[in-house]
Design a protein around this ligand. Sequence first.
Ligand SMILES: [Fe+2]
Length: 520
Amino acid sequence: MQGQAVKASPIKNAHPHLQYLDIMVVDDESTICETLLLYLQHLGVRHVATAQSGEIALEVLEQAHYDYVFVDLMMPGLNGIEVLKKISEFDYPVSVIIMTGYPSMDIVMDAMHSGAADFLVKPFRFEDVRLSLERIQKVHQLMQKNWLLNEELAKKKEVEELNRQLQKRIRLQTILYNVIDSLSKINRTDNLYQYVVTKAVEYCNAQKACFMLHDQGNSHLLALAQHGLPYFEPGVKAAITKDAEGRKILDFQFLAFHFGQSTDPLVPVDQVWRNHDFMVIPFNIRKEPFGLLLIGGKQGKFGFDKEDEFILKFLAEKSGLNIENLALYDNLKHSLMATLMTLVSAIEAKDAYTQQHSSRVTQYALDIAGEMGCDHDDLQRINASAPLHDIGKIGISDNILNKPGQLTAEEFSHIKTHPLIGVNIVTPLGLDSEELAIIRNHHERWDGRGYPDGLNQTEIPRLARILAVADAFDAMNSNRAYRKALSLDICIKELNAHSGTQFDPEAVKAALSVLSRTVT
Ligand SMILES: [Fe+2]
């Protein structure tokens, strides 16, 4: 038995409270070990082991779980308090009963601080052992319950953390999806820059951002879009300091500044960024830098984090591709537009009297539309389509176009096809429906007697109604082969006379208002 842990089988008539317990007795006195072993078996303890040194006891305890340990205070090698301290480091609860023949207040205090469950003073009676067991059994049960609760709490926290991470991933995936989806729907670069700025601020919970283009050859950045930074209205130039940070911006490096670290690389906007976190995200096209996003004023106390950086870099990467595609499309559109404008010039060149007609009509239409309060998009549409409104005349015979006298019905029906021919010609430009309507419907009349669709009043798209007035005014106000230009007074009278029959009264009113300013 010396130096070994001994196992013993439980006896019959197990004590109802003790039949599930495993207990170890640790004492260098073998008689104590044997006596307690027999008594505990008698009480019905499921399993009792003995060890005659602290070292052996700890070895066994590392291999198997025991609920209670009776340990002698004074032993060679590790003493009872040292064994107790080692056991208290286990990650499951074990109740330790210290047995001693010489209890002093210091020893008791030390043992209690180290987590002793009870004391047995030698020599003890069996009854003392039984009472001690009952006492610590209650404490043990509470401890176990507490341990289980803690474990449950830890699991709950783990689940909460997993949930938090899952929500974060869902949010991130949603953002990435939305970015890709939205970018695919943007077909103008100015809208794209504003989208980048607005979404960067929203996704990163920031207060201000601007998108800037590198002004080639200068130490400048050219603002293209902004949010929360009215100083950086599109078109504003920002100079950059010549210090290290400024050079990094010119080199289009990724930068992240933190509170109190701002070195104000943009001049004169030191007030803008001072005391704010901000980041500089470079935008590349085919690995060549062309612009950057500055974002700052992150709300909350921790500043921008890795997730913000990831989202912004993703936005930069995907937008770079879109900007490249839009630039390619713009180039194609411009070159096609140039070809079509050559056609328009060719048509106008055939007749000395109609030269520059399209560009004048465009300008009149823009003036009238401005007077009617049309928005920027509508003005852009007029700019794109009005110069091409008569391009379909390329399909009409010169003899008919330049016929000095009255047209026959057949000739007139031929003329009436030019809006539809025009629409077919410009189709590759990818104009939107309102832009196409300017070409298709510029000969419709307010009273429904126009062509090609015979629309009336507000059925006629608004921009086409505007163009009809501008077109008619230029026709009256220009020299023709068969007559001189009509005077402004007569033009005004004619517009008034046909307001509400041929022309939209609102467009006539706006045209007269523009003309009155031109005259004065
Ligand atoms: Fe026309």
